[in-house]
Design a protein around this ligand. Structure first.
Ligand code: PRP
Ligand code: URA
Length: 209
């Protein structure tokens, strides 16, 4: 059964308010998305496995904890998911990065696939799928289905802003996937945009509108 975690750390909420603000330009928007992704990654990786290791400090021998389990793969859904990757890599520099290209057809709101390149050992990794926006959930559902077809097993989804109906659709389609979000917004508008949301994440990141 999926677990949905809403990350409500004050720093995340503060930065998210700035991200939502329509007066925030692309440069600040990009930096803030990366920073929030880094802060969220702290919570998203909370249950990674650790093991005891013997360490010798300059003073004495001691037993410490280090990561021991599966390695991590970060999989951004292009384009906007890419904006979160740098922040996570700051915490987990050894993670591999795969890419899934999907865009929402503006009239049908259905995701259209155009790219998929994943680490070869994806089945052996803890997979973090990134996308700032989860609206209808169609893009995330299809991306996760693609990942599973390529052998991924341990998948978590990390978004900045979600719509409740999108979260429900994802956990219904993929009950084995945990979802992490900084906000669950009230609804979608007639164009499929999250209300209040932040507008079009890809366009705001890359200045394409
Ligand atoms: C946005 C967003 C998600 C998707 C969410 O991408 O980054 O991938 O829409 O909508 P959904 O939950 O209804 O599928 P978009 O299609 O605008 O592509 P872009 O990132 O290339 O701008
Ligand atoms: N994609 C976006 O970028 N924003 C939304 O509100 C919905 C989908």
């Amino acid at each position: 059964m999926s677990k949905v975690t809403q990350i409500d750390h004050p720093l995340v909420l503060h930065k998210l308010a700035l991200i939502r603000d329509k007066n925030t330009g692309s440069k600040d928007f990009r930096e803030l998305v990366e920073e929030v992704a880094m802060l969220m990654a702290y919570e998203v990786t909370r249950n990674l496995q650790i093991e005891d290791v013997e360490i010798e400090t300059p003073i004495a021998k001691t037993t410490c904890k280090m990561l021991s389990g599966k390695k991590v793969a970060i999989i951004p859904i292009l384009r906007a998911g890419l904006g979160m990757v740098g922040g996570i890599l700051k915490l987990i520099p050894a993670a591999k990065v795969g890419h899934i290209g999907l865009y929402r057809d503006e009239s049908t709101l259905k995701p259209v696939e155009y790219f998929c390149k994943l680490p070869q050992d994806i089945g052996e990794r803890e997979v973090i799928v990134t996308d700032p926006m989860l609206a209808t959930g169609g893009s995330a559902i299809d991306a996760i289905t693609m990942l599973k077809r390529k052998g991924a097993k341990n998948i978590r989804l990390m978004c900045l802003i979600t719509a409740r109906e999108g979260v429900e659709a994802v956990i219904k389609a993929h009950p084995d996937v945990d979802v992490y979000t900084a906000a669950i917004d009230e609804k979608l508008n007639e164009n499929g945009y999250i209300v209040p949301g932040l507008g079009d994440a890809g366009d705001r990141l890359y200045g394409t509108k």
